[in-house]
Design a protein around this ligand. Structure first.
Ligand code: CTP
Length: 243
């Protein structure tokens, strides 16, 4: 009857350690679509590190340090098998239960893990970002809100060229070869169809109407799920503190 969901919600809240996350939000979209920009905007709008933990599926690329450099450069990084999704699933579950998780640090120039980890603390909202997060059912099932950033492929390719040459130690020739050989076909095979899993599809990352629809929804959902009113610091808090 009508009371069952209410009872299960109360049971869920009372079994949750205080400070355990209430919402896990997934942001998917093709390479260079603007997932990070949207994630950062949501992070800022919800009070940054006070309320939000951000994790990227990219941190879970398998370590290829035992491979030769040419083997590494020929790896298909856009296929689900190139990522250790089981570890990410385990970490999201851990955070959800109120425990911190040790996220591996990944180096895109060497295609390997640095050996260091970043500790992610459980916060009210866990933001998870990645091209393939809606293509992995076990992971998708853990996401309470699923956002897909839908950006045209020419715009994505231009961004990817700039970023990979400037930040990931690649040459133009390498970027274009990888795009044609793996990025594009895997996008068509895995990323594009996973759009159907989304709750909301956002055209281009920076879109102020979509951003406020999303953040308003997240605030309401948090309050409804027992998180109470979300406290978001304003610049005035700092001024008041100083007085
Ligand atoms: N990748 C790579 N080399 C590696 C590991 C991953 O080139 N050693 C590439 C994959 O080809 C994949 C991309 O990293 O396409 C995933 O990152 P991307 O989604 O492009 O970057 P984000 O900053 O996470 O997303 P966005 O640009 O949407 O903000």
């Amino acid at each position: 009857g009508g009371f069952t969901p209410l009872i299960s919600t109360i049971a869920e809240i009372s079994s949750r350690p205080s400070g355990a996350p209430i919402l896990v939000v997934g942001i998917a979209g093709g390479s260079g679509s603007g997932k990070t920009t949207l994630a950062q905007a949501i992070y800022t709008a919800l009070g940054k590190e006070d309320n939000v933990t951000f994790i990227s599926h990219d941190s879970y690329y398998k370590d290829l340090s035992s491979w030769t450099m040419s083997e590494r450069e020929n790896q298909n990084f856009d296929h689900p098998n190139s990522l250790d999704t089981n570890l990410l699933v385990e970490h999201v579950r851990q955070l959800r239960s109120g425990f911190p998780a040790s996220i591996p640090n990944y180096d895109f120039s060497t295609h390997s893990r640095t050996g260091e980890v970043t500790v992610a603390e459980p916060k009210q909202v866990i933001l998870v970002e990645g091209i393939l997060i809606f293509a992995e059912p076990e992971l998708t099932d853990l996401l309470d809100v699923k956002i897909f950033v839908d950006t045209e492929s020419d715009v994505r390719l231009i961004r990817r060229i700039t970023r990979d040459c400037q930040e990931r130690g690649r040459s133009l020739d390498q970027v274009l070869r990888q795009y044609t050989k793996t990025v594009r076909p895997m996008h068509i095979e895995f990323v594009e169809p996973s759009k159907r899993q989304a709750d909301i599809i956002v055209p281009v990352g920076i879109n102020s109407v979509a951003l406020s629809l999303i953040t308003d929804h997240l605030k309401t959902a948090l309050a409804n799920k027992g998180g109470g009113e979300m406290y978001i610091k304003t610049p005035f808090d700092e001024v008041n503190k100083e007085e």
